[in-house]
Design a protein around this ligand. Sequence first.
Ligand SMILES: *Cc1c(COP(=O)(O)O)cnc(C)c1O
Length: 383
Amino acid sequence: MAKEFDSVRSMIEALKPSYPVYCLRPDIINQAAGRFLEQFPGRVLYAVKCNPHPDVLRALHKGGIRHFDTASLPEIAQVRESFPDAACYFMHPVKGRAVIGTAAKVYEIDTYIVDHPSELNKILQELGGAEGLTIYVRLKTPPVDGAFYHLASKFGADVDDAAAMLRDAASRGCRVGLAFHVGSQCLVPGAYGEALKIVGDVLEKAKVDIVGLDVGGGFPAEYLGTNMPPFEDFIREIEEGVKKLKLRRDCVLMCEPGRALVAHAISVVTQVQLRKDDQLYINDGVYGSLSETVDAGVKLPARAHRLNGALTGAPKDFILNGPTCDSLDVLPSTFSLPSDIDEGDWIEIDRVGAYSSALATRFNGFTPETLVVVHDQAIGSVR
Ligand SMILES: *Cc1c(COP(=O)(O)O)cnc(C)c1O
């Protein structure tokens, strides 16, 4: 269990950390989980890869999340061993043979995804048949302008292949479903409607009943300058798209959010190690928690803390350098901070709950490892 503090400030007073410290606000996870569970008209799976920290999973579980999108044995083991009442779904379209066997025999996983006939054959061979098995077929969806990452270039079957796999899996005795993922940080609600039209095309061709429809993740988080559509627009788009499909009443609708459940819930407190003019050298960076500032152009809100005395300077733009010796380890956007910030002060960088620690490397010996729980307000609205 993580140490708890009233506030980021009291954490800094207690630890005076010279290493980066993640500050988890479980209340924010609780709110985000509540919003999904209330408004999404189906089952809500958390995509574990987004942030698998045990305290993050615990907060989600406490917030009512009982279903988990898992993609590897370690993820499955972690969820199943932490929460006996949680269900895991093996949602990686490419799995090792031994991994499939272990998932089924040790962890009793009965739901798998495929996007190629060879993977379906592999699963049925390894498990010795289709009894009790639910197979989801992952669809390719068109690229969305306004999504950070487009995963359909790596995974997903087109309409004809998906329809053939559905028919094949159903004829071999599997229960079958369809799934897609529009891409992370999708700012276009219509992308879900477009994908659901493709689901309609597949169902028309395949003429089999599906027991589940998984609309994936991709729901956005609000960063600096993000033009956020209301959450309700995503829900409405999904509801309207699903209604047109005329699914069986017992077909389960599912979503797999990662980012939208956790991004706002964690900040990272970094320390200034050196100031050179308008350049600050801090102890976290592109190879640590902050790779999405480069890979996805994410702009993060920040505020400064000083223990002895106050920071009184007017806001000024600073370039933040990460701790490794690589010249690429510089954050691409400037941060507005008090002009008198200096060595030894701390910078709390917010909205790093998603794809931060999960992507951190050990490059140069720097890796953020400490997480604490805090109960103060996060940095306010960032519009
Ligand atoms: C990564 C991933 C998710 C989670 O995506 P977010 O953008 O974090 O919501 C959901 N489903 C699949 C298949 C994924 O690969």
